[in-house]
Design a protein around this ligand. Structure first.
Ligand code: 0O2
Length: 240
């Protein structure tokens, strides 16, 4: 997940080269490009702000939970703004117009926050706490933990909307939150690599896909056993 940004000055210099026989000064061209690029930069900056807001919410919950329960529920948080290429590819795949309005309306995962926990229980506890905050609106929830994908993929997905406060306006921005355990994340990272391998022999692909489905079962069982051990530990310390 990498963020791609075009450097307006680089672009302007390139344009200046192309248009050197015309009657534009380098400054004029730089201004023209800035004018074109600014709305796009602002558009993506809104998603970065929304990510910061949601990430902070999880950091606060992590801190608070660590005081109440035994240890921090969150192992790590990864964030990303989806890169232009993936957004445009998704629009084309869905036969949707390639405009900023269409991106805003139809692509729900431009801002992504991935929260990695050790235990499944913490995933649901954190999701519940996030969703009960009065500035968070749930748009869509997909529970691939209770209902894993045929590939074996497991995670809890929430599409939420949070307000960001700009110079003169308040804007609601969508963020995709993926909550998963370490085991689910480990599995998803490997499966993601396989998914994007184009040069692999179909027979080998079928074998590896089957192997990964098997691994998904093993990982689900590991999560459930680790959760049971933790529950037993918690119960026994409550009785002491
Ligand atoms: P990336 O690079 O992770 O961003 P949508 O069109 O997104 O609204 P969709 O496709 O039903 O609806 O979304 P879904 O399935 O709820 O979630 C999509 C994201 O979940 C993917 O993003 C992955 O991050 C993850 N995901 C879903 N299914 C799988 C899977 O089978 N394997 C793995 N490894 N990840 C999965 P992107 O856009 O594909 O990529």
């Amino acid at each position: 997940m990498t963020e791609q940004k075009k450097d307006p000055e680089q672009l302007a210099l390139k344009l200046a080269d192309f248009t050197k026989d015309m009657h534009f000064s380098e400054e004029d061209i730089l201004d023209m490009v800035q004018e074109e690029i600014l709305p796009v930069q602002q558009f993506f900056a809104n998603y970065s702000c929304a990510i910061m807001r949601v990430e902070t919410k999880f950091k606060v919950l992590n801190e608070q939970f660590s005081l109440i329960y035994d240890g921090n529920p969150i192992e790590s948080i990864k964030t990303r703004v989806k890169d232009y290429d993936s957004i445009i590819r998704k629009l084309i795949r869905k036969k949707l117009p390639v405009t900023l309005e269409s991106i805003e309306e139809n692509i729900h995962d431009i801002a992504g926050v991935r929260v990695i926990c050790s235990f499944e229980d913490d995933i649901y506890r954190l999701a519940k706490c996030l969703l009960q905050q009065d500035d968070v609106t749930l748009i869509r929830q997909k529970d691939y933990i209770k209902n894993p994908k045929p590939s074996g993929y497991r995670s809890l997905h929430l599409i939420v909307s949070v307000p960001i406060f700009l110079e003169n306006e308040k804007k609601d921005v969508k963020v995709e939150v993926q909550l998963r355990t370490i085991a689910m994340d480990f599995w998803a990272s490997l499966e993601h690599k396989l998914k994007y391998k184009k040069d692999i022999d179909p027979q080998k692909m079928a074998v590896l896909t089957k192997e990964l489905i098997d691994c998904a079962h093993v990982s689900a069982s590991l999560d459930s056993r680790m959760q049971s051990v933790r529950n037993s530990l918690l119960n026994s310390s409550e009785q002491e």
